[in-house]
Design a protein around this ligand. Structure first.
Ligand code: IPM
Ligand code: MG
Length: 354
């Protein structure tokens, strides 16, 4: 295989975790005889500092010509949240420009990390779920207004925007336990009523073999920590998906462990950990790179169809954790935590053995 991969470290711990993702990509390529070219570019606050724009034209055109994008994180307290131009606009703009409307966020629990979660261990048994978050619509992209004492964000969804993301989730559910939970707030919001109607229709007409349920977002937030193992695939709109996946990361033990894949109509995808730029620990070499490395596995699977390689990377992360290579966010009290690079070393070592 030949591939061009755009690498956008971004802000805070982004470049540190992405460096480990690149090492893993290079190792996989070397083993399989794949020719991959990694090209780095600027996104977010660092791009604003150097070019004035959070999504410079060069970065966008590199991403358009790339087969996949690996991304770290954007944002931080250095950039004024009230300014008209903000780092986050770079990420949102990139998702929109590449039409990456479906964001897959798998959540699993490693037995060794159950102690890192504040939830009771018995609740965490058998947790294996994927949230499919709509990524290019809703409140994030609707018209925004601000007057002195009044502000508004408009939430818009078209039936087609709902249909296409529900299809992604339904196809995924078909490869799993065939349970699809659609999350909305249809008792209050008009967009949610459309969401529910369209989802019901798509599943009835195209995926009658799936078991579909509708759950209100507030109730879903509760069930995620009360009975998380009941979920298989969850599909929901942009803002609800953003919030529910930070919540779901608590099941895994740390948000530093969770990967994501943002997909559109073609094979090109954007792969990033779901965590933020963690400015408090940036530059110290202690961030958890597993979410990024697992995002590399998703890239191998979804953009390059390299399922065996994807599984090998996922296995390598599991075995690194098994052997106690635990970064500070999940290390149990008293144990020495590994650095970002040591966690990368442990994954590379485990990869060599498979
Ligand atoms: C995420 C992040 C982003 C989002 C921010 C940085 C814009 O929270 O990927 O979950 O809200 O989508
Ligand atoms: Mg988020």
């Amino acid at each position: 295989m030949r591939a061009l991969i755009a690498v956008l470290g971004g802000d805070g711990i982004g470049p540190e975790v992405v460096a480990q993702g690149m090492r893993v990509l290079q190792a996989v390529a070397a083993r399989g005889g794949h020719k991959i070219e990694l090209q780095e570019a600027l996104l977010g606050g660092v791009a604003m500092d150097r070019t004035g724009s959070p999504l410079p034209a060069d970065t966008l055109s590199l991403c358009r010509s790339a087969d996949a994008v690996l991304l770290g994180a954007v944002g931080g307290p250095k950039w004024d949240p009230h300014a008209p131009v903000r780092p986050e606009q770079g990420l949102l703009g990139l998702r929109k420009e590449l039409e990456l409307y479906a964001n897959l966020r798998p959540v699993g629990v490693h037995p060794r990390l159950m102690q890192a979660s504040p939830l009771k261990t018995e609740l965490l048994q058998d947790v294996d779920l994927v949230v499919v978050r709509e990524l290019t619509g809703g409140l994030y992209f609707g018209e925004k207004r601000r007057e002195a004492d009044c502000a508004s964000d408009i939430c818009v969804y078209t039936a087609e925007e709902v249909r296409r993301v529900v299809r992604v989730a339904a196809r995924l559910a078909r490869q799993r336990r065939r349970r699809l939970t659609s999350v909305d707030k249809a008792n209050v919001l008009e967009t949610s009523r459309l969401w529910r109607e369209v989802t019901t229709q798509v599943v009835r007409d195209e995926f009658p073999d799936l078991q579909l349920e509708h759950v209100l977002v507030d109730s879903c937030a509760m069930l995620l920590v009360q009975r998380p193992a009941r979920f298989d695939v969850i599909v929901t709109e942009n803002l609800f998906g953003d919030i529910l996946t930070d919540e779901a990361s608590v099941l895994a033990g740390s948000i530093g462990l969770l990967p994501s894949a943002s997909l559109g109509a073609g094979k090109r995808g954007l792969y990033e950990p779901i965590h933020g730029s963690a400015p408090d620990i940036a530059g110290r070499g202690i961030a958890n790179p597993y979410g990024t490395i697992l995002s590399v596995a998703l890239m191998l699977r979804h953009s390059f169809g390299l399922e065996a390689e994807a599984r090998a990377v996922e296995r390598a992360v599991r075995s690194a954790i098994d052997r106690g290579a635990l970064p500070a966010d999940v290390a149990a009290g008293g144990r020495r935590a590994v650095t970002t690079a040591e966690a990368g070393d442990a994954v590379l070592a485990a990869l060599q053995e498979t």
